[in-house]
Unconditional design. Structure first.
Lengths: 237, 237
C-alpha cells in the first residue's frame, strides 16, 4: 500500500490527490467534531469555506433541518448554533440534522479535494475503524489540515498512528514524510501526552479554555464510524 | 532562539521568511556543491532558475571567469562545464571562477528569498561551523529544498541535526515541524544510514550511479565555511 502525507491544507495540489483515496485529518477539532456528531445521529455535514457562505447555504437549504456550526479563532461564530467543541454535538442536539460547517483549517482542506477518488475523515477517535476500512485498498493520501496554513503536530501524529497501525497488517510503501512522521511518533512510543507537550495548537486551545476538548480529541478508538464525502456532504459511511 | 522549518521549496511564502535569517539546505546536492566549491577557492555562485537563464547570464558576465554548472534529472546539462557532483568541484577546476548554477531544487529555493534578512547555505559538511555562526542570533528559518516540490528526508534530517546541535548550546523555541524532525532524528540516534535507508532522493541518486556523491554529502563537519548570499551571489562568508 502506497502511503503519502500532505503536511497542511495549503500544500494540497491537484497532482497529489487526483484519483487517490484521501483521509482528511483535523484532530483539533473539525475531524473530531464530524466523527462525534455523525456517531450521534447527525444526518450530514456540509463543509463551506466562509461564514457568509454558511449563512447563504442555510437559506438555500431551508427545507432541511439545519444547524450552523463552526469556529473562527477557536471560538463559536456569532449567531451560529454550535462551535467546534465535539462534546457539544450531543444526540439531543444533532440527531437528524444537517450541519453547515465552517472552520479555520479542516473545512478549507475538504473543499480542495474535488479530484480525489474517495474522501474519508480521520481522527484519533475513529482510528481503528478507519484503518480496517483501508485494509483492502492499495493507496492513501493522509491530508493533515494543519493550523493557520502551517504544519501541526496533532494532525501529523494522527497520520503517524494510521501508518503505525496499518503497517502491522499489510505491506506499505512510505513517502519520506510518512517515514519521518512515523519515526517521530515511535520516538516517544506513541505517547500523545509526550509527543504533543509543546504542540502549538493544543496549547493554544488549552489557553483559550478548551482543555477538555483537547483531552477528548486525543482519545483513541472510542467511536467506530468512518465519515465519507459524497456529493459535497460528509455522511456516516 | 526561535527555530522554524519550511518543508520544501514550493512551500516558501514571503510571510514565513521576511526579515528572518534563513538557512537553505539542499543536501543532495546543491548545498554540498556550494560549500565544497567555495572551500576550494571558487569566487562565487550565481543561482539561476532555468538553463536558458544560465546561458544568458554567462554571455552577460563575459568579463568574469565563468563556469556553467548544474543538473536536470540528476545529470549534467548539455554543454555545461560541471554537473552536481560535489567532488568534481576541485580546486584546480573552480579556484577564482564565478559559477553560474542551476539545479532542480536548491537554486529554486534560493531565488525565492529576496525578503529574508540574511541567507546562508547549510549542509552536513559545514554543520558545526554553521551552528557556531548562529550562536549570537535569535532566530532562524531552516528551508529544506526538498525533491521535485516534495518533502525530502535528507534535507529534513540535516535541519534536525542543526536543531539538535544548537539546543545543546542555547535555549530554543521550536515550531511543530522543528519538534517533529528532531524527534525523528533522535529516534535513530542521529544515525544517517538508518534514517535515510528508505529516502527517495538518496536511493534515486544511487540508482543513477551517484552513490559516491551520497556518501560524500552525508559526512558531517569536514568543511569549515558558511556560504552567504549577497546581492544575488553566494560567496564564502
Amino acid at each position: 500500500m502506497k502511503i503519502d502525507v500532505i503536511p497542511y491544507a495549503s500544500a494540497i495540489r491537484p497532482d497529489l490527490i487526483k484519483n487517490r483515496n484521501v483521509v482528511v485529518i483535523d484532530v483539533l477539532r473539525a475531524s473530531s467534531v464530524m466523527v462525534t456528531a455523525l456517531a450521534n445521529g447527525a444526518n450530514a455535514f456540509i463543509p463551506v469555506s466562509t461564514v457568509e457562505e454558511a449563512r447563504q447555504k442555510a437559506v438555500k437549504l431551508h427545507d432541511e433541518d439545519i444547524l450552523l456550526c463552526g469556529e473562527r479563532d477557536t471560538k463559536t461564530i456569532d449567531g451560529f448554533h454550535l462551535g467546534n467543541s465535539p462534546q457539544t454535538y450531543t444526540r439531543s442536539k444533532v440527531e437528524g440534522k444537517t450541519l453547515i460547517f465552517t472552520t479555520s483549517n479542516g473545512t478549507q482542506a475538504l473543499n480542495q479535494l474535488q479530484e480525489a477518488a474517495e474522501v474519508f475523515i480521520g481522527s484519533f477517535l475513529n482510528m481503528k475503524t478507519l484503518v480496517h476500512r483501508f485494509l483492502e485498498m492499495d493507496d492513501v493520501v493522509l491530508v493533515c489540515s494543519g493550523t493557520n496554513n502551517n504544519f501541526s503536530m496533532d494532525d501529523a501524529m494522527c497520520a503517524a498512528l494510521f501508518i503505525n497501525e496499518i503497517m502491522n497488517m499489510k505491506a506499505v510503501l512510505l513517502s519520506d514524510l510518512s517515514i519521518t512522521l512515523l519515526k517521530a511518533f515511535q520516538k516517544d512510543n506513541g505517547n500523545l501526552s509526550l509527543l504533543l507537550k509543546d504542540c502549538y495548537h493544543s496549547n493554544l486551545l488549552k489557553q483559550n479554555g478548551f482543555g477538555d476538548d483537547v483531552d477528548y480529541c486525543l482519545q483513541k478508538n472510542i467511536l467506530n464510524i468512518v465519515p465519507e464525502m459524497k456529493n459535497g456532504r460528509i455522511i456516516k459511511g
